[in-house]
Design a binder for this molecule. Structure first.
Ligand code: FRU
Length: 538
């Protein structure tokens, strides 16, 4: 049937049914990870939004609790929208979220756990003194939402930003507080950028210049840079910049290497939105949660009774270049790895491919890591500099079926036996004036024989020196209707939702292909079948 329950994901976060969107208030507190998220308790389209709540000891197995925050007071009666958690000194968690008041004005509210000795923090109290931040005269009350986790600088003040816009200028409006209850708007926003429209779900946090540790949001000092991420309502993409933050002036200045507009760096060049990071005190890392919408029709969403998933949490670090972030699925995900196959030193001639077999019903829930040796770079196609700002358009023209010089090479996932259906995940190498340019793509244009699906190609460039290393790696997490890929150890990430009609269950296959005119070599491929964790009682 069209509505095949086999399209439901196995190890991506999902409630048993209904609509979900943004991850909210993720935190680690007293041995448990909490995830709240935007949820419609009565349907599989957006609406009636509450904060659903789940807990986990490992970010893999989840137990669903009752919704934590739901409309009940004048300051949130028309909706409980996105927000963040902050852990105050003395180990006291608090949540700030956006409420919609009776006039649908967006205001920021505070909520506290009712009982700190309840290990699950099931009940949350919203004091009557809310809202703690209301839009004043200089603020557009219908574009004023999604407060960040607060941080504390050398002055001892708490600070946070709220996403907004003024005409077409996107803004992160800054507020300060001594006591976390009384908030005062700063004279200048933390940052803004012209023609970017509403900044949804801003996120602002420090990253270490060196090492593999994440930083708590209030850490400052030497060896620290900052990241500002925003979600753009008009393009449905996120972008981030890496930059400097001047605590005394509360000013953020992106580095020259970070484009400060919607052509900028992205966490993910595909279906990934409204993301949020948190500091995990248990393992001293910063973890990124992001939401992927369905790209099926809303009629099918209604028929299948669910819509939206959270992507696998990713650890996030500053790359050694200092120019961008790198992301990697949290290590806990490896505990789901089951049956394993290995392929080594396999040459794929021009136009060739091979099937990866041996992980049974496998390929619908799999973790695949491939390392390619690339040579013959003199055969790379010429790169037109005008392509540099639009990887996606380039991939749309040069899909997996378009023969190249070096590449396209990569994997075909969720493929039917005869490849009538397949989602291609691949690289293509170009020769620019005095360097090589590596493009990474998701091409789902042939992912399903079904009509009416949204199947955009997605792409990003990969900042690697391929002439020097002669290698590039790819990791892809496959989960029924999700393909989540990490190029070059997490420098470029792409997520797609696909809905095969043949390549489901045991009929899903995995291939490695090379449609370039030079050979490539798989120096090593590891593929694991993925087990299903406990997922909210589904
Ligand atoms: C982003 C968003 C947020 C808002 C929430 C409402 O997806 O539009 O700006 O708070 O979703 O559900």
């Amino acid at each position: 049937s069209v509505v095949d329950s086999k399209l439901r994901t196995g190890y991506h976060f999902q409630p048993p049914k209904h609509w979900i969107n943004d991850p909210n208030g993720p935190m680690y507190y007293n041995g448990l990870y909490h995830l709240f998220y935007q949820y419609n308790p009565s349907g599989s389209v957006w609406g009636n939004i509450v904060w659903a709540h789940s807990v986990s000891t490992d970010l893999i197995n989840w137990v669903a609790l009752e919704p934590a925050i739901y409309p009940s007071k004048p300051f949130d009666i028309k909706g409980c929208w996105s927000g963040s958690a902050t852990i105050l000194p003395g180990n006291r968690p608090v949540i700030l979220y956006t409420g919609l008041d009776p006039r649908e004005r967006q205001v920021q509210n505070i909520a506290y756990p009712k009982n700190l000795s309840d290990p699950y923090l099931r009940e949350w109290v919203k004091p009557d003194f809310n809202p703690v931040i209301a839009p004043d005269d200089g603020v557009n009350g219908s574009a004023f939402r999604d407060p960040t986790t607060a941080w504390r600088g050398p002055s001892g003040h708490w600070k946070l930003v709220v996403g907004s816009k003024w005409n077409k200028r996107g803004k992160a409006i800054l507020y300060r507080s001594r006591d976390f209850v009384h908030w005062v708007k700063a004279k200048h926003s933390l940052h803004s950028a012209r023609d970017t429209g509403m900044w949804e779900c801003p996120d602002f946090y420090p990253v270490a210049l060196k090492g593999t540790r994440g930083l708590d949001t209030s850490v400052y000092g030497h060896g620290v840079k900052y990241v500002l991420k925003i979600s753009l309502d008009i393009t449905r993409y996120e972008y981030y910049t890496v930059g400097k933050y001047y605590h005394d002036k509360d000013k953020y200045v992106p580095d020259a290497t970070s484009a400060d507009d919607n052509t900028g760096l992205r966490y993910d060049y595909g279906n990934f939105y409204a993301s949020k990071t948190f500091f995990d005190g248990k393992k001293q890392r910063r973890i990124l949660w992001g939401w992927a919408n369905e790209s099926d029709t809303s009629d099918v969403d209604k028929a299948k009774g669910w819509a939206g998933i959270q992507m696998i949490p990713r650890t996030i670090l500053l790359d050694s270049s200092g120019r961008q972030l790198v992301q990697w699925p949290i290590e806990e995900i490896e505990s789901l790895r089951g049956k394993h196959v290995v392929v080594e030193h396999k040459r794929i001639p021009s136009g060739g491919f091979f099937e990866v077999t041996g992980i049974d019903s496998s390929q619908v829930c799999a973790d695949v890591e491939v390392s390619f040796d690339v040579s013959g770079l003199e055969k790379a196609e010429d790169f037109d500099p005008s392509w540099a700002t639009d990887a996606e358009a380039l991939c749309g023209r040069k899909t997996a079926d378009v023969k190249g010089g070096v590449g396209p090479f990569g994997v075909l996932v969720l493929a039917s036996a005869n490849m009538e259906e397949k989602t291609a995940v691949f690289f293509r190498v170009f020769k620019a004036y005095h360097k090589h340019v590596v493009l990474m793509c998701h091409d789902p244009t042939r992912s399903s024989l079904r009509a009416g699906l949204y199947k955009p190609t997605f792409a990003g460039f990969v900042d690697v020196d391929i002439a020097k290393t002669g290698k590039i790696s790819l990791r892809t997490l496959i989960d029924s209707s999700v393909v989540e890929s990490f190029g070059a150890k997490g420098k470029t990430c792409i997520t797609s939702r696909v809905y095969p009609s043949l390549a489901i269950g045991e009929d899903a296959h995995l291939f490695v292909f090379n449609n370039g005119s030079t050979d490539v070599k798989v120096s090593e491929l590891n593929a694991w079948e993925m087990k299903k964790p406990l997922m909210n009682g589904a």
